[in-house]
Design a protein around this ligand. Structure first.
Ligand code: AHR
Length: 498
């Protein structure tokens, strides 16, 4: 049975301008993300610096805005000094977060060079697990100070005359998690964040800093962690982080497809908590959100248990994503677009090989997983002004929620040419959905483009030899009505009729 739905849009109902950092990603020294991923010196596709050029091309194609580096859990045991200077002098270390061997053949300068070639900005993380204020201020001086001081001159001797100018800094990673190296209580972390941010902003007042929120919304300390950290560091920080991975261990599509409701509530709760502390502080300052780890992650959990400890670049967290995962990723992107007034940064975690849209083979060949496509579309067409859609559609119940809308949608207005892009997911896995659009103050608009990712074969996957799940174009008739296939991700382009 055909489902019915309606979206009402008005030029004046605006959520806010989309920050281009919403289309960011993440590279961690974990598994084959760096070694065998972005850096593969011995493969036929590598350039003079050892960067895999197939990966570089795909990162540029995806228009990734910014990449968070070097972790993740890795950063909480990392000495940044290990990854600078002559490669032959860099230490091999036991990497405790993922029980691997870290060779340090790729470090800070290599990453900054790679980011330039990939045309992405850099979001850097400091170690607040085993280290603290001192290492953070030294790293910042090394990266951003012009010259004439110990660390800035060391950077120059290591080949970078000009400062890196890194503006956005994560103060540690998931410090609320007992698994984290140097895990802290909210009071301990809040005090440390306040002092670290204060010192870093003295070294370089132009930087912005992100404090760790909860590792996910199921953490027993979720809520109190945020309010305690903010009570210590509200004035010193700019963003609070959110992390969340979504899973479908029970092969329950209806519940898995309600993941956007989970994300939406998580964002809403963090906003409320920030604003509660704002009230207590009697301040006008707003804290913005950095959703700097989000994705689907569960496929590789069993296979990872078989990987021996202390290997170099082990194939960890290599989830092979299916069509259903792409659909969920689409709904999560829609949710982020609907919160652009507060969510300024979001990193699809991660970028290459590790729970990633881009995979590489041993010979360096790179290919796109199913989840790459909604990211690509949002990144290409999601920049502009996010509109507040009013929607009408049926809902369904599942084991997680009673009323999940079958339709998830976001709309972005592009003032430069007057066009509007609507991202829409039909979550019904067996029924098509008729969609009618009402564009009110826009005038005589019609659908001029309709890109579809048909995910009805929920468990279809891509691979190096064959890209099975990929988008195709429908022929729109120029009206404001269309049909969304069952289990589909849709990108509708709307323009004024000539
Ligand atoms: O992205 C994989 C891991 O997930 C990160 O290292 C950590 O921050 C999170 O728990």
């Amino acid at each position: 049975m055909m489902k019915e739905s309606k979206i009402i849009l008005d030029r004046d109902y605006q959520i806010g301008k989309v920050d281009e950092r919403l289309f960011s990603s993440f590279i961690e020294h974990l598994g084959r993300s760096v070694y065998g991923g972005i850096y593969q010196p011995d493969c036929p596709y590598s350039d003079k610096k050892g960067f895999n050029t197939q990966v570089l091309r795909l990162v540029r194609d995806l228009k990734v805005s910014m990449v968070r580096y070097p972790g993740g859990n890795f950063v909480s045991g990392f000495n940044w000094e290990d990854g600078i200077g002559p490669k032959e002098k860099r230490p091999r270390r036991l990497e405790l977060a993922w029980k691997s061997i870290e060779t340090n053949q790729f470090g800070l300068h290599e990453f900054v060079d790679w980011a330039k070639e990939a045309d992405v900005g850099v979001m850097m993380a400091v170690n607040l697990g085993t280290r603290g204020v001192d290492a953070a201020r030294n790293l910042l001086e090394y990266c951003n100070h012009d010259g004439g001081t110990y660390y800035s001159e060391l950077r120059k001797r290591n080949g970078s005359e000009r400062p890196f100018g890194i503006k956005l800094w994560c103060l540690g990673n998931e410090m609320d998690g007992p698994w984290q190296i140097g895990h802290k209580t909210a009071d301990e972390y809040g005090r440390l964040v306040n002092e670290t941010a204060k010192v870093m902003k003295t070294v370089d007042p132009s930087v912005e800093v992100v404090a760790c929120g909860s590792s996910n919304s199921d953490m027993p300390t979720f809520g109190s962690w945020e309010s305690t950290v903010l009570s210590h560091a509200y004035d010193a920080i700019d963003y609070l982080s959110l992390h969340q991975y979504y899973r479908n261990d029970d092969d329950d599509p209806a519940s898995f497809l309600s993941s956007s409701t989970t994300m939406d509530r998580f964002i809403g709760s963090v906003i409320s908590t920030c604003d509660y502390v704002k009230t207590l502080k009697r301040t006008d300052k707003k804290i913005y959100l950095s959703f700097d780890e989000w994705n689907v992650w569960f496929h590789s959990n069993v296979q990872d248990k078989k990987i021996p400890d202390w290997s170099e670049a082990p194939a960890l967290l290599e989830d092979i994503y299916d069509a259903e995962d792409a659909l969920v990723v689409g709904t999560l992107l829609i949710t982020l677009l609907r919160h652009v007034d507060r969510v300024k940064v979001a990193c699809l975690a991660q970028l290459v090989n590790v729970i990633a849209p881009i995979m590489t083979e041993k010979d360096g060949k790179a290919w796109l997983q199913t989840i790459a496509y909604p990211f690509l579309h949002a990144s290409l067409y999601g920049r502009g002004v996010s509109l507040m859609p009013v929607t009408k559609c049926e809902t369904y119940g599942c084991s997680r929620y009673a009323d999940v809308p079958y339709l998830d949608c976001a709309a972005v207005y592009h003032p430069e040419d007057g066009s509007v892009t609507v991202f829409a997911v039909n979550k019904s896995i067996d029924a098509p959905m008729e969609l009618s659009l009402d564009l009110r103050s826009f005038g005589k608009y019609g659908i001029t483009g309709h890109t579809v990712l048909d995910c009805a074969d929920l468990h279809a996957t891509n691979g190096p030899e064959k890209i099975t799940v990929k988008p195709f174009e429908e022929k729109p008739d120029g009206s404001l009505k269309t049909v969304l296939r069952p289990a589909s991700w849709n990108v509708l382009q709307l323009r004024e009729h000539p």
